[in-house]
Structure formats: structure tokens, C-alpha cells
Design a protein around this ligand. Structure first.
Ligand SMILES: Nc1nc2c(c(=O)[nH]1)N[C@H]1C(S)=C(S)[C@@H](COP(=O)(O)OP(=O)(O)OC[C@H]3O[C@@H](n4cnc5c(=O)[nH]c(N)nc54)[C@H](O)[C@@H]3O)O[C@H]1N2
Ligand SMILES: Nc1nc2c(c(=O)[nH]1)N[C@H]1C(S)=C(S)[C@@H](COP(=O)(O)OP(=O)(O)OC[C@H]3O[C@@H](n4cnc5c(=O)[nH]c(N)nc54)[C@H](O)[C@@H]3O)O[C@H]1N2
Ligand code: SF4
Ligand SMILES: [Mo]
Length: 730
């Protein structure tokens, strides 16, 4: 068969880097960045270069598996599985109604949009509204804040042209997610710094991006509303606002002014530990620019009051007038989607909550952040009408990722049917009744369209900053002898067997002859600005620029304005102002909990993916509990000690490591490690699950339902496990 080189894109994470794939004897042998790709210019990371190990992994799930009466799994042919599922689901729906079936689309539903869309088509066909996604346990406050504040049709300014930029608890050079366009972000940041862009970073950890910040604010975790209100107060009281823009396009300024009044710099300093002078400097620096933006990442969104944090960020952006204007070139008018029409006006407001499916627990329901996944375990466990009995996990891993792992564990075991569409025996696959091994990225056709659909997510840019697209055919066959599927096939075949008619992307599918992935991708790209066939002619991916597409003037008589003083948000801000201050030197003095556990990403792994790839766990096999060395000394911890981290609801073990970059009083730890409780003692090889610390029914957001998943109050102590699990040299 020999060796050949093909072009495609990496789907290990959502950044979709253009790659060159060496295939030897039909197997993926090597992956490097494609230097001729105009968006990524040769960039790839350690995970992408490990695609060969992932695709050829000896432990991949290579055939459909069904759990047997004795709890073991047996490979079955797919028709047997579909027959079994069709019969069971038909019975369940007949007995309990369609709401008893739920879907959870996780991370990899983004990478394979045909799967997500087909799962929706299936759910529509059976009549179940119970569609959940990882978006609702990611940054659900973004959607709600956007709905309350309103969106600007013209969109945010370009990073490439920015003179000032703020990142609040986002670390894009590691996460390759929002804040800096996540397509070779390190290079973009270097170039921006070289052109003189001023960067402000707000994070309890001196992150990789904080290292190059012009101003770095290192507040106590969870204090972002106070810091942001403090920044706004400086901007408003010093008149550093865009008066013309406010005059024509903004409402609620007086309410905002009153709302931020208590947040004087000295108060912010006492409360958050951020020196007043630094706060003022940051506000002046940002306001002194003319092109710039503010983005918050997962940390502050998972801390309490994520919606308020996002709202205040939008308000900063708006009072400073940081939105594109009439006549500006539309940075990305889309390629594989219908042309984006941008106007110099606020969009009509959409509802923030109070629509869609009402859940049976905690008065939660449909909202602009998505149906709350944090309530799904209780929907499974709570008996009565509407109880969920069957769950499909599409490229997600509830046992790793959902908050309140112990409750999730109970729920997973209570289900009659759990179908896991996965590639390996994840913690969730091991609890499922049906497991399907899915094709990996280099084995299926795909496009970069998902990265177009997230443009404008949150206040600032996420998604392609330029009109870029790439199409990739299937580059290799799955391993010889394997029986693996694309996610959409399972839903299609199940529907076929249940006699259902599916409507996919608005198109009624032929339910007799299975469509191809190509046909489905074409449906998703229908009406695109650039025909899919044209994109296919550019194997390195290409820019499809058209600078004649400009931001249009405001519609005649249009009166919609961006709202910076929404009642709901100002009420919450007043609640923040009324909270007592905790001594800023640390948390211990007058508090039950001495530390705050904060979230983070590790470069070499992607949520729960990558830990089975030796190359990616050379540095850390587990998720260390990073603490400031002074805190470790105060607690009597040594590097490598096993500690117990207790949130008052649950406790987990962690292997403690010193890290100067972590603020005192904080513990920085990655999520989605560990496994079910019986594996807890394996902490040194599999890490532990931080999700377990967050009870979903305490201190949860009343609208999006997220419990406290960062800035979690915890106590720490040396674990008895140290005696049982000695470390070399310890
Ligand atoms: N405590 C805490 N919890 C968190 C977070 C946090 O910061 N702290 N972060 C949250 C965030 S932002 C998110 S997005 C969620 C993530 O939530 P999930 O998406 O539920 O979690 P992942 O670990 O990404 O799950 C991905 C699953 O897909 C499988 N997989 C890998 N590749 C493929 C593929 O090609 N095809 C298919 N079908 N499956 C594949 C993996 O083996 C894994 O089982 O977690 C959230 N949970
Ligand atoms: N390598 C790698 N890349 C990933 C992932 C991964 O697991 N590994 N996960 C992917 C996913 S699902 C997502 S959603 C994105 C997320 O992308 P990001 O949001 O950029 O995620 P992080 O790198 O965790 O950055 C969050 C930051 O928030 C800080 N933080 C924690 N609590 C607080 C707080 O209360 N206030 C403030 N101001 N900061 C706080 C943390 O110190 C951390 O630096 O990354 C994606 N990319
Ligand atoms: S950043 Fe790394 S893992 Fe993500 S797409 Fe690029 S090469 Fe793949
Ligand atoms: Mo995420």
C-alpha cells in the first residue's frame, strides 16, 4: 500500500487546525500542521500530533457492545443492537410517553454536526423535548446575558486590529477557545503585542496569557462581578465612555451608574485583593483605546453569578462603544453558511428564560443557555410522570463532566437504557447498556462549518475571525475488521426500525435508503455563501474574502437599543454590594472554608480525552491539585502528597503540587479526571473528579441551574491515603 500524504483538519479539539496526514499501509502514521493552510499556517499542538496514537489505539471500541445480564459486555452486530433498542424504546415510550427519552450532546457533537442534528431529528420525530447539551454546563450565563443586554448586529471588532483587550478567566493559548481567535492563538497574541496592543488579564492564576499582560489583576476567585463593576465605575465616573454611541444605541445607563456606585476602587481592593491603583490603571488603559473587546472564559462563568459577570462585560464593551459600525467590512460574512447580514443596530431582543420545556426539578427550564444539564440526573432519579428512563450520550461523558458526580453515578445506574456513542471505554461507557464505537475524525468526511456557527458567541469573538473554510473527505478507513459508525447513523437506523420519518436540517429524509455523510453535509451547507463544491476545490482550506460585504446602516425607524441597566442584573449587582467582605489576606480567618478550588485546562488533554494516550500523559497522568507553595507550607504539605479536598458536600483526593502562579487561597485543578467512586484510590494514575464537589441542588443559579463549579469553597487536609500509597522518595 505504501505511504501517502493527505490534507485534512484535526478534530481532537474544536480548533480544527489544518493538518498534513501521513498514511502508511492504510494507517495514520504521522500528523503535522499544514504550513500552506491560510488560517493556521502550520500550527498544530501535541494533541493533534497524537492523532495517530488515538486512531490506532489498541483499546478503541471497534464494535457495538451490549451489556449482558452478568454486567459484562458482548460485541454484537449493529442490527441486533438497533433491534433491541427499537423494541425497548417503543415499549418505554408507550408506557411513559416520549419525554422519558433524553439526549445529551457533548463536546464531540460540535466536531460531527451531522450527529447532533440527527439526534435532534430523532427527538422531534418521537416528540421528546428533552435535549440537553454540554453548552449548559459550560458557560450558560453567556446566552442569558446576551439576551438581557441584547446583541449588536454589526458584531465585535477584530482582534487583529485591536489596541486594547481584556481576558477575564480565559486562557486561550492553552485552551484554544475564545478570547483570542483560537486558530494559532499564540502567534496572534505575539503579533498583537508586537503592534502595541495592550492586554489586561483578570485571573486568580498567573496564566500563560497573564505572563504577557500589560496589567494583570489577580483577584480572589469568584469576585469578578466586583472587579468588573469596579472597572465600569472608573470608566463611567471619569467619562471614558463613547457618548455618541450611548446617545443613539444604548439604554439603562443611569441604572448602571447607580448599580456600580458602591464599587469604589478601595472597596474593590479590600474585597478582592486587587490593588486599587491597578484597577484604575486597567480601566483607563482599556478605555484609552478605540478598538478592543472583553471576553470571559469558563472560570468566571462557572463561579457564582456567571450571568452577571457576562452582563457586566457586555456593558463595558457597550459603554465604550466597542462594536463595529456602518460601513465597516464584515469580518466573517460566513462561507459554508448563508451570508451574514450585519447592520449598525441592536438586534431585536430574544427571551432569556421562561420558554421551552419546564423541568420537574428546582423550577428550572428552557433558557438562553440551553436546557439545564445540571438538572438531568434529577430528571432521571425523580419518579413520576415525565421521568427520564433512556439517555443517549452523543460524544459526551456525563460521569466525567457533569457537576455532582455522585448523583450522576446514581442516575446512570438508574436508567433502563443508556446508549453511549464513544470511542473508548470512558467512565460513562462502562455504565451504559449499549455502547457504539464511533469513527474518528480522519475516518469521516467533514467541514470546518462548526467554527462558523460560534462567531459572536458571548460579547467578543469566538469562531473564525475571517471567512475561512475547509472540507475534508474521509482520509483513512477505520481499523481493519472494525464495525464502527458515525453518530448520525445510529439515530437514522433506529428511526428507520421504529418506523419514524426524520427531518434533518429542514429536509425530509428518504427513510428507505440510508443517506451518505456527504449528502447530510450538503444539507447542512444548503444556501451557503460559497458553494460547498467551491470549498472542496481548496484542499488546504481557503479564505473566501469579499470586502464589499459591509455593515449596513440602521433600518429606518429602528428603535432597539442595547440595555446596560437591566433590572434583573442591577438587582443582582445590589446583592453583591450587600455581601460581607471576607478578610483579603486569605480566607481562613472568619470562614468555614479556607480555600477556593478553581477550574483550569491542561494543554495535553481535552476534557476527559487523551488520558489513554501515553504521549499525552508524559507530564501528568492525573490532575494535580496546584497550590501556592506558601499555602502548602502553611498546611504542612509536600509536593506529591495526597490531600483530601472537602466541599462540605463531598470530598475528593488530590495529588498536591506547588505552583507559584496560583493565588494564595486558591487550588487550581482540571476537571473531567477520575472515574466512579470505586476507583478513588487510583488517584495517582487517573486523578480525581472535581465535579463531585458541586452539589447541583445547593447554591445553583436560579435560571441556568449551574451550581458552583469554580471558586468552590473547600477545606484541605493531608489524606490518610498517604500512608497506604507511598510515593517514591516521600
Ligand atoms: N468541574 C468542572 N466540570 C466541568 C468543567 C469544568 O471546568 N469544571 N467544564 C465543563 C465544560 S466547559 C464542558 S464543555 C463539559 C464537557 O462535557 P462532555 O462533553 O460531557 O465531556 P468530555 O470529556 O469532553 O466527553 C467527550 C466524550 O466523547 C468521547 N469522544 C472522544 N472523541 C470522540 C469522537 O470522535 N466521537 C465520539 N462519538 N466520541 C468521542 C470521549 O471519549 C468522551 O467520553 O464539561 C464541563 N464540566
Ligand atoms: N488543552 C485543552 N483545551 C481545551 C479543553 C481542555 O480540557 N484542554 N477544554 C475545552 C473546553 S470544553 C472549553 S469550554 C474551553 C475553555 O477555555 P477557557 O475558558 O480558556 O478555559 P481555561 O483554560 O480553563 O481558562 C479558565 C481560566 O479561568 C480561571 N478562573 C477560574 N476561576 C475563576 C474565577 O472565579 N474568576 C476568574 N477571573 N478566573 C477564574 C482559571 O484560572 C483559568 O485560567 O477550553 C477548551 N479547550
Ligand atoms: S489545537 Fe491541537 S488538538 Fe486542537 S485542533 Fe489544533 S492540533 Fe488539534
Ligand atoms: Mo466547554
Amino acid at each position: 500500500m505504501g505511504t501517502e500524504t493527505k490534507l485534512g483538519f484535526c478534530r481532537f479539539c474544536h480548533a480544527f487546525c489544518g493538518i498534513k496526514v501521513t498514511i502508511t499501509d492504510g494507517k495514520v502514521a504521522k500528523v503535522i500542521g499544514d504550513v500552506d493552510n491560510p488560517m493556521y499556517e502550520g500550527f498544530s499542538c501535541v494533541k493533534g500530533r497524537a492523532l495517530p496514537e488515538q486512531h490506532n489505539h489498541p483499546d478503541r471500541i471497534l464494535a457495538p457492545q451490549m451489556r449482558q445480564a452478568d454486567g459484562t459486555y458482548a460485541a454484537v452486530d449493529v442490527d441486533t443492537m438497533i433491534d433491541d433498542l427499537a423494541a425497548t424504546l417503543t415499549d418505554l415510550i408507550a408506557t411513559h410517553g416520549p419525554r422519558c427519552v433524553a439526549t445529551y450532546t457533548g463536546t464531540f457533537a460540535f466536531h460531527y454536526p451531522t450527529g447532533g442534528e440527527m439526534s435532534k431529528a430523532f427527538m422531534r420525530a418521537i416528540g421528546s423535548p428533552m435535549m440537553f447539551s454540554s453548552g449548559s454546563i459550560d458557560q450558560p450565563g453567556k446566552g442569558i446575558a446576551r439576551a438581557l443586554h441584547g446583541t449588536w448586529s454589526g458584531g465585535p471588532p477584530r482582534f487583529d486590529e485591536a489596541d486594547t483587550w481584556i481576558l477575564v478567566g480565559a486562557n486561550p493559548t492553552v485552551s484554544m477557545w475564545g478570547g483570542i481567535p483560537q486558530y494559532n492563538p499564540a502567534k496572534r497574541l505575539r503579533e498583537a503585542k508586537a503592534r502595541g496592543m495592550k492586554l489586561i488579564v483578570i485571573d486568580p492564576r498567573r496564566t500563560e496569557v497573564a505572563e504577557v499582560a500589560d496589567v494583570f489583576l489577580q483577584p480572589k476567585p469568584g469576585e469578578d462581578p466586583t472587579v468588573l463593576a469596579g472597572l465600569l465605575r472608573v470608566i463611567l465616573t471619569e467619562g471614558l465612555t463613547d457618548e455618541a454611541f450611548i446617545g443613539t444605541d444604548v439604554q439603562g445607563l443611569d441604572a448602571l451608574r447607580a448599580g456600580v456606585e458602591p464599587f469604589i476602587p478601595e472597596y474593590v481592593e479590600r474585597r478582592t485583593g486587587v490593588p486599587a491603583a491597578d484597577l484604575v490603571a486597567a480601566a483607563r488603559m482599556f478605555a484609552s483605546g478605540s478598538v478592543g473587546s472583553v471576553t470571559a472564559g469558563t472560570g468566571p462563568n462557572m463561579a457564582p453569578r456567571g450571568t452577571l459577570t457576562e452582563y457586566l462585560i457586555a456593558a463595558i464593551q457597550t459603554v465604550c462603544g466597542r462594536w463595529l459600525r456602518e460601513g465597516d467590512v464584515v469580518p466573517n460574512p460566513y462561507v459554508l453558511r448563508p451570508q451574514r447580514v450585519s447592520k449598525a443596530q441592536a438586534d431585536a431582543k430574544t427571551p432569556a428564560f421562561g420558554f421551552g420545556e419546564q423541568l420537574r426539578v428546582r423550577n428550572l427550564g428552557g433558557n438562553a443557555g440551553g436546557l439545564p444539564t445540571s438538572a438531568l440526573a434529577d430528571e432521571i432519579l425523580t419518579p413520576g410522570d415525565g421521568q427520564v428512563h433512556a439517555l443517549f450520550n452523543v460524544g459526551g461523558n456525563p460521569m466525567a463532566a457533569w457537576p455532582d458526580q455522585l448523583k450522576t453515578y446514581d442516575a446512570m445506574q438508574a436508567l433502563d437504557v443508556m446508549v453511549q456513542l464513544d470511542v473508548r471505554w470512558s467512565a460513562t461507557a462502562k455504565l451504559s447498556t449499549h455502547v457504539v464505537g464511533c469513527k474518528l475524525g480522519l475516518e469521516c468526511e467533514g467541514t470546518t462549518m462548526p467554527n462558523e456557527t460560534i462567531w459572536g458567541y458571548g460579547a467578543a469573538t469566538t469562531g473564525y475571525p475571517d471567512p475561512y473554510a475547509q472540507w475534508q473527505p474521509a482520509l483513512v478507513d477505520p481499523p481493519e475488521g472494525s464495525d464502527v459508525y458515525e453518530e448520525w447513523q445510529i439515530f437514522y437506523r433506529l428511526a428507520q426500525r421504529m418506523g419514524l420519518q426524520l427531518k434533518f436540517g429542514g429536509v425530509e429524509l428518504d427513510m428507505e435508503h440510508e443517506p451518505t455523510t456527504s449528502e447530510l453535509i450538503a444539507i447542512l451547507a444548503a444556501g451557503s455563501r460559497i458553494p460547498l463544491d467551491e470549498v472542496k476545490r481548496h484542499p488546504h482550506g481557503a479564505m473566501f474574502r469579499d470586502d464589499s460585504i459591509r455593515i449596513l446602516p440602521k433600518d429606518a425607524g429602528w428603535t432597539e437599543r442595547l440595555d446596560v441597566g437591566h433590572d434583573l442584573m442591577m438587582t443582582e449587582l445590589a446583592e453583591v454590594a450587600a455581601e460581607p467582605i471576607i478578610d483579603h489576606a486569605g480566607y481562613r480567618a472568619d470562614e468555614e472554608f479556607g480555600y477556593r478550588l478553581i477550574s483550569r485546562r491542561l494543554l495535553d488533554v481535552y476534557n476527559s480525552s487523551g488520558r489513554d494516550i501515553p504521549h499525552l500523559v508524559r507530564k501528568w497522568q492525573y490532575n494535580p491539585a496546584f497550590m501556592h507553595p506558601d499555602d502548602m507550607a502553611a498546611e504542612g504539605f509536600r509536593a506529591g502528597d495526597i490531600i483530601e479536598i472537602d466541599s462540605g458536600y463531598a470530598s475528593i483526593l488530590g495529588v498536591v503540587e506547588p505552583a507559584e502562579d496560583v493565588r494564595r487561597g486558591a487550588i487550581s485543578m482540571a476537571h473531567s479526571f477520575g472515574d466512579a467512586p470505586k476507583h478513588d484510590s487510583e488517584v495517582r494514575t487517573i486523578g480525581s473528579n472535581t465535579g463531585r464537589l458541586s452539589p447541583v441542588d445547593r447554591d445553583f443559579d436560579p435560571i441556568h441551574g449551574l451550581p458552583i463549579m469554580s471558586a468552590i469553597p473547600v477545606n484541605v487536609r493531608l489524606s490518610d491515603e498517604n500512608l497506604m500509597m507511598p510515593v517514591a522518595g516521600n
